[in-house]
Write a protein that binds this ligand. Structure first.
Ligand SMILES: NC(=O)c1ccc[n+]([C@@H]2O[C@H](COP(=O)([O-])OP(=O)(O)OC[C@H]3O[C@@H](n4cnc5c(N)ncnc54)[C@H](O)[C@@H]3O)[C@@H](O)[C@H]2O)c1
Length: 322
C-alpha cells in the first residue's frame, strides 16, 4: 500500500482487521478503524491508538457512515465471522452483509475509493468441485442455520458486483479461506484456538464427525498480504486467498496435540448441520494476478499460535482474583 493514502478498515478491531491495520500503518498509510465491537475488541488495536496515523471509530456499518475527509481505499471486513456468533446473531449477520455492505459501498462511491469486500470460501458451501476455483458457483443450503452467514456474503458479493457495474465503483472481492494466528478470539469455537486450549488444559480434543473433513489453513500475515496486494491491483475479483495445503480436522488435532506436548484424548462429537466436507482453494488467480502465495509453513504458524494462546491464558489467569 502506498504511503500517505487514507484507508478505512471496517471490522478493524477483529482478528484479521487488527493485523490489517498494523500492516497498513507499517506501510505508511493513515488508517481509520471502524468497528461496532460486536465480536471484536478495542484491546486488539490498543497499541495502535497512540500512533499518529491511526483513528478508531466505534460505529455499526448498518447505520449510515458519517466520515469526513478523503478516503482512498476501503477494506470491508465488518461481519460476524464464526459459527458460534452467527448462530447467536443470525439476523444481525444478514443485516451486516446486506444493509452494512450497501452503506460501506455508498462511502466508497461518495469518496471515489477503491473497495475490497472480505468475502469467504463459505460462498462455495459444501462444494461439489474440488479444489474450489473462483468460477465455481457453490453449493449452499439457502435456509439452513449456516445460511445466515453464507448467504449474507453471497448477497454482499452480488451488491459489490452491482455497484461496480451500475455505479462505476472500483470494487474487488477476496474469497478468504480459513485463516489462523494470534489474536483469534479464544471463545468463538474456531477449530485452531479450540484445539490449542483443549490440549493446553489436558482436556479431550473434540473433533466433529469422523475428522476426515478437510480445511486449508493460512497464516494471518499471509492472508493480510493477499488482501493488500488485491486492493493495490486493478482486479475486480473474486480472487481466492488461502493456503493450498489441505489437512483433515483429525490430522490438525493430532498435530496441535503434539506441538503442545499434551496427552489429551480425542473425542468425536456430532458434525454440525451443513458442515463443509472439503475446503481447499485453487489459488492460480492469486499467484498469476498478484504474485501471491502463502509463505508460512503450517507447523511453524501453529507453534506461534500455541505460544500466543499459552501467553494469553497465562495473562488471563494472572488477572483472576486470588
Ligand atoms: N478468519 C477467517 O478465517 C476468515 C475466513 C473467511 C472470511 N473471513 C472474513 O474476514 C472478516 C474478518 O473476520 P475475522 O476472522 O477477523 O472475524 P472477527 O469476528 O474477529 O472480526 C470481525 C469484526 O467485525 C466487527 N463487526 C461485525 N459486525 C459489525 C457491524 N455491523 N458494524 C461494524 N463492525 C462490525 C466485529 O466487531 C469484529 O471486530 C469477516 O468479514 C469474515 O467474514 C474471515
Amino acid at each position: 500500500m502506498r504511503a500517505g493514502v487514507r484507508v478505512v478498515v471496517t471490522g478493524g478491531a477483529g482478528f484479521l482487521g487488527s493485523w490489517l491495520c498494523r500492516r497498513l500503518l507499517a506501510d505508511g498509510a493513515d488508517v481509520v478503524c471502524l468497528d461496532s465491537l460486536v465480536t471484536g475488541a478495542r484491546a486488539n488495536v490498543a497499541e495502535l491508538e497512540s500512533q499518529p496515523g491511526f483513528t478508531f471509530v466505534e460505529a455499526d456499518v448498518c447505520d449510515p457512515i458519517a466520515l469526513d475527509g478523503p478516503v482512498d481505499v476501503v477494506f470491508h471486513l465488518a461481519s460476524v465471522a464464526s459459527p458460534v456468533h452467527y448462530l447467536r446473531l443470525p439476523l444481525e449477520t444478514l443485516r451486516t452483509g446486506s444493509v452494512g455492505t450497501t452503506n460501506v459501498l455508498d462511502l466508497a462511491e461518495r469518496t471515489g475509493a477503491r473497495f475490497l469486500l472480505a468475502s469467504t470460501s463459505e460462498v462455495y458451501g459444501d462444494p461439489l468441485e474440488h479444489p474450489q476455483h473462483e468460477s465455481y458457483w457453490g453449493n449452499v443450503n439457502p435456509i439452513g442455520p449456516r445460511s445466515v452467514y453464507d448467504e449474507a456474503k453471497r448477497f454482499a458479493e452480488a451488491t459489490t458486483a452491482a455497484y461496480r457495474r451500475c455505479r462505476g465503483v472500483d470494487t474487488t472481492i477476496a474469497r478468504i479461506f480459513n485463516t489462523y494466528g494470534p489474536r483469534m478470539a479464544l471463545d468463538d469455537g474456531r477449530v485452531v484456538p479450540a484445539f490449542v486450549q483443549q490440549a493446553l488444559a489436558g482436556q479431550p480434543l473434540t473433533v466433529a464427525g469422523d475428522g476426515t473433513q478437510t480445511r486449508s489453513l493460512c497464516w494471518v500475515e499471509d492472508t493480510v498480504d493477499g488482501l493488500v496486494r488485491l486492493a493495490a491491483s486493478s482486479s475486480s475479483g473474486p480472487v481466492n486467498i488461502g493456503a493450498e495445503d489441505e489437512t483433515t480436522v483429525l490430522e490438525l488435532a493430532t498435530t496441535i496435540r503434539r506441538l503442545v506436548g499434551s496427552t489429551s484424548s480425542i473425542d468425536f462429537v456430532p458434525l454440525p448441520q451443513d458442515d463443509p466436507r472439503l475446503r481447499c482453494p485453487d489459488i492460480t488467480e492469486a499467484m498469476g494476478l498478484l504474485g501471491w502465495a502463502p509463505r508460512m509453513p503450517l507447523e511453524q504458524g501453529l507453534s506461534a499460535t500455541v505460544d500466543w494462546v499459552r501467553e494469553r491464558l497465562g495473562a488471563d489467569l494472572d488477572r483472576q482474583p486470588a
